[in-house]
Design a protein around this ligand. Structure first.
Ligand code: ADP
Ligand code: ZN
Length: 616
């Protein structure tokens, strides 16, 4: 059976996406591959179709290594829905259930077996693989989320290191490794750690054109977030990332109080609560998950309409991976981030205080600065983002800067005034002071503290009166980023001059800043004209009768999903339901060829769908 036929019959899709075909052909033929594809690019089929093709050709089982135990149930469920024999082995199974899966494994009558890396590398499991290999029934290893092997990736997992056993012990078994994030450093690390130097690399464009990037300066973060959700994403599913567990809880409460259905998720919650919240997010519509970065890897919910960062993440890889969870279905989605001086200070402090070596810390600082740079740019965000991953592109027309170009101002003068003030204060008082006090002096405010220390007599007192506090904070952020100023975490976050200050004071480096854009009203008006809610979008082309059919289909789908204990999109995507509603099928033949309806689903649900159509 050709791979086209598998795509059509099993998954119900008419065409491959992007490089899928080339990858699948290579892997089916037994080649090793490293696949870099953005989230939503269709990585799963790159090992699922080879697994099916190779199993049918008598090569046996594909072992899928994934760190995502909490999602294996749904992933395997989705394969069952498509009529593919798949199982998982992890700690959620009872002894009996695991033993049953193992028996089937040893018989070789599973097409895909999902397991976590720590399970795969146990002596017991390796012995089972040995037995399969001896009988020629070990077909392929698929290593998902392979960036976990690298300490440069944003989600290093030591268990991944032990996966070297796969190529050492099973030299003849091909491997396909996949990830959605990897800058050059991470990529090189993956190749070396897993000895994949000879694997063919498939690097897709990392662009996600349907995602609109917006980065705003923090004023009152929670109000900004509320406005963003209420104005642009009411009733839609989204993820809000926060830096700490406590903040997650607070924000989830705040959103609920504002009438937005929100749930918390962080590593400090009881495992059962976490799983329940995740299930609810996946299975219901329009839930906002407020989470730490503990949430999200492998979440394949297609209709997440926005990802908001309420605090600045650590680096661009993390940011891109997290924002990538929006809009997997290709419909318009938002990546919104709010950042401020405090974020930079906090992140810097976490790096400074970490036990890592200095060289490693330097690497982390560089990555943080790249993200800060992205936040402060005044030209296209996407061009910058893609450039970070080594991809050249043109201004996108779908980011805040493209849509509403900010004005630039030259902050060099302000920067020098700020640095001089820090310097003079330190000289005069022999101690350092925090941001607020330095700003007060610069702007010529005679506060109690200022007079107490006699700082109104400094030659720099009031020389920055022409700048707003927002402007000065922007300047300070830049100065921290270029190491001209150090925020001393050990001494009440006081400001001190650092090595980079000299060049700025001497006028050798210019400090360019974006003027704050404060025009959210106009933005809102434009948005609501161009982008409606996702559900409206999926069914936008439908007339009234079509809409009624669409709604009836969704109700039916929710019922089936509940019976099968799976998320609704695993049964059919919105796009598939919309296509059915449009076609208004009268017979099974009418359903054939609709994207997302494979042979198994046609067989299992075709009559049901026709009945729903007859009644709607
Ligand atoms: P990734 O793992 O790369 O983030 P997935 O494998 O989850 O992406 O695929 C993203 C979405 O695209 C899924 O909903 C999947 O069903 C869909 N998809 C994958 N390949 C195709 C294809 N050839 N045609 C249509 N839809 C596809
Ligand atoms: Zn742009």
């Amino acid at each position: 059976m050709t791979i086209q036929k598998i795509l059509q019959e099993v998954f119900g899709y008419g065409e491959f996406l992007g490089p899928q075909q080339a990858i699948i052909e290579h892997v089916v033929a037994g080649g090793d591959a490293l696949v870099l594809m953005p989230t939503g690019g269709g990585k799963s089929l790159c090992y699922q179709i080879p697994a099916i093709a190779r199993q049918r050709a008598g090569h046996g089982i594909t072992v899928v290594i994934s760190p995502l135990i909490a999602l294996m149930h749904d992933q395997v469920g989705a394969l069952h829905e498509a009529g593919v024999s798949a199982e998982f082995l992890n700690s959620t199974l009872s002894m009996d259930e695991a033993a049953q899966v193992e028996r089937r494994l040893l018989r070789g009558d599973i097409t895909l077996l999902y397991a976590a890396p720590e399970r795969v590398t146990t002596p017991r499991f390796l012995a089972q693989l040995d037995s399969l290999l001896e009988r020629g029934l070990l077909s392929l290893f698929a290593i998902d989320e392979v960036h976990c092997v690298s300490q440069w990736g944003h989600d290093f997992r030591p268990e991944y290191r032990a996966l070297t056993v796969l190529h050492e012990r099973y030299t003849s078994v091909p491997r396909v490794a996949l990830t959605a994030t990897a800058d050059a450093l991470t990529r090189a690390d993956i190749l070396e750690r897993l000895q994949l130097q000879d694997a063919r690399q498939f690097v897709s464009s990392f662009d996600r054109p349907n995602i609109r990037y917006t980065i705003v300066e923090k004023r009152d973060a929670t109000q900004q977030l509320l406005r963003f959700i209420s104005n642009e994403h009411r009733g839609e599913a989204g993820i809000v990332y926060c830096q700490s567990r406590k903040r997650v809880e607070n924000i989830a409460d705040l959103l609920c109080d504002a009438g937005i259905a929100a749930l918390p998720y962080h590593a400090g919650l009881d495992a059962r609560v976490r799983q329940a919240n995740q299930d609810q997010f996946l299975r219901s519509e329009g839930i906002v998950m407020v989470a730490t970065i503990a949430f999200g890897m492998g979440i394949d919910k297609p209709d997440v309409r926005f990802v908001a960062h309420l605090d600045m993440p650590k680096n661009i890889e993390g940011y891109y991976q997290e924002t990538g969870r929006a809009g997997r279905d290709g419909a318009p989605a938002d990546a919104w981030m709010c950042y401020g001086l405090q974020d930079v200070v906090t992140q810097r402090r976490m790096i400074d205080e970490s036990p890592a070596g200095e060289e490693f810390k330097q690497g982390l600082r560089g990555k943080l600065d790249a993200l800060l740079g992205l936040s402060e740019v005044s030209d296209c965000r996407r061009v910058r983002l893609l450039a970070y991953f080594g991809e050249a592109s043109q201004p996108c027309g779908n980011c805040d800067n493209c849509l509403q170009p900010p004005t630039i101002w030259d902050g060099t003068d302000a920067a020098r005034k700020l640095l001089s003030t820090i310097y003079r204060v330190q000289q005069m008082s022999a101690i350092s002071f925090g941001t607020g006090h330095i700003m007060d002096i610069l702007r010529g405010k005679k506060t109690d503290k200022v007079t107490q220390f006699g700082h109104e007599t400094l030659s720099t007192f009031g020389i920055g009166a022409g700048f707003s506090e927002v402007q000065l904070r922007g300047v300070l952020r830049q100065l921290i980023a270029i190491d001209a100023v150090n925020v001393n975490a050990q001494a009440f976050n006081t400001l001190q001059l650092n090595d980079g200050a000299r060049a700025v004071l001497k006028g050798e480096v210019a400090v360019q800043l974006r003027a704050s854009v404060s025009n959210p009203v106009e933005r809102k008006a434009r948005r609501s004209a161009s982008v409606g809610s996702a559900a409206a979008k999926a069914s936008a082309a439908l007339d009234d009768l079509g809409q009624a059919r669409f709604v009836a289909l969704k109700t039916w789908r929710a019922e089936i999903a509940k019976q099968h204990n799976l998320p609704a999109y695993v049964i059919f995507h919105d796009a598939t339901l919309s296509a059915i509603a449009e076609r208004a099928p009268l017979s099974l033949a009418d359903l054939q060829g609709i994207s997302g309806i494979g042979a198994k689903k046609l067989d299992a649900y075709g009559q049901d769908v026709l009945r729903v159509m007859a009644r709607a």
